[in-house]
Design a protein around this ligand. Structure first.
Ligand SMILES: [Zn+2]
Ligand SMILES: [Zn+2]
Length: 309
């Protein structure tokens, strides 16, 4: 029968982490021209030769499907067509003079915004060759209509630019991994959980036995010594690695556990590891001095026997 864990975790563990996705953005020729020309304080649109529509920022394809267009300079003034206020900033959509679509950007200045307000671009002092070369729009008084001009001397368009997405998150361990990591940090011991049906000791501990699909129940101590079950010598670099290759990736069955954990095996002679490492060799965990409550509290595993060549 299912028994709940004997104790609740000392402190439910969570860790903070970040996923970072760096990449190069290829904006395309028209958008690349728009971004490149911002550094010269020029707003570049595209005028379709088929339907006459003016898009800002410039687009390689018109909504009518045509790719036949010329690049044009659009006046840096227009009318506010919509806005949204947040506690930190105000975003507005602006229909620049002569354009057939709205451009979204920050609205600068603490004023009572109204739709229809005349606005003009606020340029940044710094040139970054990004959308930030425009700080946004500020209110201005109505002036005479300016005209769109063909862009006669385009700068080299920006073909790509480095950018990155980052996702910050907290990962909650839950009561089973939580207790495992609590015990590692506070007592330097490793605990598995015994299945009440097939008696397997699962490590890491989990609520359901993945051998017989029954609920697990009893916490048990597992040794920090065990048997090397399988290994791989890693020579390739890849994203997310904690160590510099070459190193040995090891699957270890700890004494008292019925399932394997994955860790690193440190050997003195990595060049010859493929000759002397054999499944079945005895290994032991080497703990870090400062325990933080994760599998990383075990720095690596070491061989308990002298390898024979
Ligand atoms: Zn068109
Ligand atoms: Zn079971």
């Amino acid at each position: 029968m299912f028994q709940s864990p004997a104790t609740e975790p000392l402190d439910l563990q969570a860790f903070k982490s970040t996923i970072s996705l760096p990449y190069r953005l290829t904006p395309g020729k028209a958008m690349g021209s728009f971004i490149a020309e911002l550094s010269g304080q020029r707003i570049v649109g595209s005028r379709c030769r088929t339907c006459n529509r003016v898009e800002v920022p410039a687009q390689d394809f018109c909504q009518c499907g045509s790719d036949d267009h010329e690049l044009v300079i659009v006046p840096s003034k227009g009318k506010l067509t919509g806005f949204t206020e947040t506690p930190h900033f105000t975003l507005g959509t602006v229909r620049l003079e002569g354009a057939d679509c709205d451009l979204m950007h920050h609205l600068c200045g603490e004023i009572e915004w109204v739709i229809g307000q005349s606005v003009e671009v606020v340029w940044s002092d710094k040139v970054e060759s990004t959308m930030r070369d425009m700080l946004g729009f500020k209110a201005c008084i109505d002036t005479e209509l300016q005209v769109i001009q063909a862009l006669t001397d385009p700068k080299q368009f920006l073909d790509s630019m480095p950018t990155s997405l980052t996702l910050d998150y907290h990962h909650a361990q839950g009561p089973y991994y939580g207790r495992l990591f609590d015990e590692m940090q506070s007592a330097g011991r490793i605990m598995g959980i015994r299945c009440s049906h097939c008696q397997s000791v699962l490590l890491p501990p989990r609520e359901m036995c993945d051998i017989c699909y029954e609920k697990t129940g009893t916490w048990v101590d597992v040794a920090d010594t065990g048997v090397l079950q399988a290994f791989s010598i890693i020579h390739l670099k890849f994203v997310g690695q904690f160590r510099e290759p070459p190193y040995v990736y090891a699957e270890v069955m700890l004494d008292g556990a019925s399932t394997k954990i994955i860790h690193v095996l440190e050997v003195s002679n990595i060049e010859r590891a493929h000759e002397f490492l054999k499944p079945g060799m005895r290994v032991q965990a080497v703990w870090r001095k400062e325990l933080k409550g994760s599998l990383g509290d075990i720095e690596y595993f070491k061989l308990l026997e002298i390898p024979s060549f």
